[in-house]
Design a protein around this ligand. Structure first.
Ligand code: ASP
Length: 343
């Protein structure tokens, strides 16, 4: 029996993992007329061409590529995100898939990563990757990023760490990452919570597990979902007018996220409009336009009185994703507040 076990283990160690790459577009699939120009078009190169550009990738795993879309992620939509989630569910149910990589534009990568973190039930690695320079650029960052992403997706130690993002040697959690630079290759950061790990030419190191719920612990499912409810983000600033909030309600929003100043604050008139919205059944979440730090409940705004929800450590774009998914079901404000602390 022991001999059989040892033989089986030896055979398994020698076996390559199976990784599927789902391509959605972005700068990683972008092309320009020359290697040194700043103008380019996202989503020009196919997944097969991207895989062929990194021949060593096939030493890491057996690779299959699928084209889900080919858009700049400024045009990422809930329709494509739902298609991705459903395809990941199908693929990861099979014993012949060990991990999934998603190539994606960086502009809205945090939304897709966080959405998948909420709705994908698998413990297998799901890794998003992109690049800041198009495939035709001198020193394009896409090929090595793709290599590293496959190395993480094929790594059993990456299992059960939620949806990850691998770029420029760093492994981020979908929950903590945010895009901080419009052009720098080190554009993703995980402020306060820190990195999940690092990767260098296929050698991965892990420091922590995500702190929020994800994967099989998540209560969300989009199995039978074809559209998400409308949730608008409204940006607060000096002398913020209230009518944008009223307009959002009139246009049928089921939820509003305020990208508040400081600790999720806004003008008195905007707060009155939020209270009016809540009375009409719209869920209002207070997040912040500030890059780091929590939005706490009942700090300068009395949430108990206004009926508003504090986003805690979710930024406006991730708050919008959580609220959209949460509003697929009727929930009391206290339940929604709890989701913001759990996810
Ligand atoms: N606009 C591009 C996109 O998000 C930027 C990038 O991929 O870096 O698709």
């Amino acid at each position: 029996m022991l001999l059989l076990f040892i033989l089986f283990s030896v055979l398994c160690v020698g076996q390559k993992k199976n990784v599927v790459i789902l391509a959605t577009g972005g700068t990683i699939a972008g092309a320009a007329g020359s290697g040194v120009q700043s103008g380019y078009t996202s989503g020009q190169v196919t997944i097969d061409a991207m895989i062929n550009a990194v021949p060593d990738i096939t030493k890491l795993a057996e690779i299959k590529g699928e084209q889900i879309s080919n858009v700049g992620s400024q045009d990422m939509s809930f329709e494509i995100m739902l298609k991705l989630a459903k395809r990941i569910a199908e693929l990861t149910k099979g014993a012949n898939v060990d991990g999934v990589v998603i190539t994606h534009g960086t502009d809205t990568m945090e939304e897709t990563a966080y959405f998948l973190n909420l709705v994908c039930k698998t413990d297998k690695p799901i890794v998003l990757v992109g690049s800041m320079r198009p495939s035709t650029a001198v020193s394009a960052d896409g090929p090595l990023n793709l290599y590293d992403a496959v190395a993480v997706a094929a790594d059993p130690n990456a299992k059960n760490r939620g949806v990850l993002l691998v770029m420029n040697d760093w492994i981020h959690s979908a929950q903590s990452l945010t895009k901080v630079s419009t052009t720098a290759v080190q554009t993703f950061m995980s402020p306060i919570r820190g990195l999940i790990g690092t990767t260098a030419y296929g050698v991965n190191e892990y420091y922590r597990l995500p702190h929020s719920k994800y994967g099989s612990q998540s209560e969300f499912s989009v199995d039978n979902v074809t559209a998400l409810p409308r949730v608008d983000i409204i940006y607060a600033d000096v002398d913020m007018p209230a009518d944008l909030i009223d307009c959002s309600v009139e246009k049928g929003a089921k939820g509003i996220v305020i990208a508040g100043v400081g600790n999720g604050n806004m003008t008195k008139s905007a707060l009155e409009a939020c209270t009016r919205a809540v009375k009409k059944g719209v869920t209002v979440v207070r997040s912040t336009r500030v890059a780091t730090g929590n939005v706490g409940r009942n700090v300068e705004v009395n949430d108990d009185q206004a009926g508003t929800i504090a986003s805690y450590d979710l930024n406006p774009q991730k708050s919008r994703i959580l609220l959209s998914v949460a509003l697929l079901k009727q929930r009391k404000p206290a339940e929604i507040q709890k989701l913001f602390s759990d996810y």
